[in-house]
Design a protein around this ligand. Structure first.
Ligand code: ZN
Length: 188
């Protein structure tokens, strides 16, 4: 399958106004039990995620679907391998953060929707989530460490929030400095 396009805030030194609008919008709930459209959207996101090996997680708005669905690898984070079978990833529909605790940790994150940039983001060490799985069954999950970070990153997408909104230090390649210094209005 061809690699589906990821929606981005900017590309090749230009801001993507249309794509930014959707990425910035809070996503809508999927009706439960899932209707035909909900089932299709869940499947579209799973297929999009399984077709690429450069993503730890993907949120529906990143492929242009403004719905509360996220998917992410649940192991082998350091390997550039594709998630293949349902045991390799979690799908959360209408996820709700019910508890966040532990030490807050700062770490650099990238995002397919914010190409060429990485940002220091502070996240909780441990979280609890209530959601529905890909079949529409109620689930409750606990995540910790790096996995908790990935899930918090994907949850942010459902609120229209991106890594650059955390106010952390930005890093990008020197040759992109003209664009990013204009975009973020800092002195270079
Ligand atoms: Zn992201």
């Amino acid at each position: 399958m061809a690699k589906p396009r990821t929606w981005t805030l900017w590309k090749d030194g230009r801001v993507n106004e249309e794509e930014s609008k959707l990425l910035r919008k809070p996503a809508a709930d999927v009706p439960v039990p899932f209707d035909e459209e909900g089932k299709r959207d869940v499947k579209t996101l799973i297929d999009a995620f399984l077709s690429r090996d450069d993503a730890l997680g993907l949120a529906a708005p990143q492929i242009g679907i403004s719905k509360k669905i996220i998917i992410f690898k649940n192991k082998n984070f350091s390997e550039k391998t594709r998630a293949k079978s349902p045991g390799d990833y979690d799908v959360l529909v209408n996820p709700r953060l019910t508890q966040a605790r532990g030490k807050e940790e700062k770490m650099t994150e990238g995002c397919l929707s914010c190409p060429d940039i990485s940002v220091e983001v502070t996240r909780f060490e441990e979280i609890k989530i209530r959601a529905y799985d890909e079949e529409g069954r109620k689930i409750s999950k606990r995540y910790s460490g790096f996995l908790a970070r990935i899930v918090q990153h994907e949850l942010d997408h459902l609120d229209g929030r991106l890594v650059i909104d955390h106010g952390g230090t930005l890093s990008f390649p020197k040759e992109k400095e003209a664009f990013f210094s204009k975009l973020f209005k800092f002195e270079s």
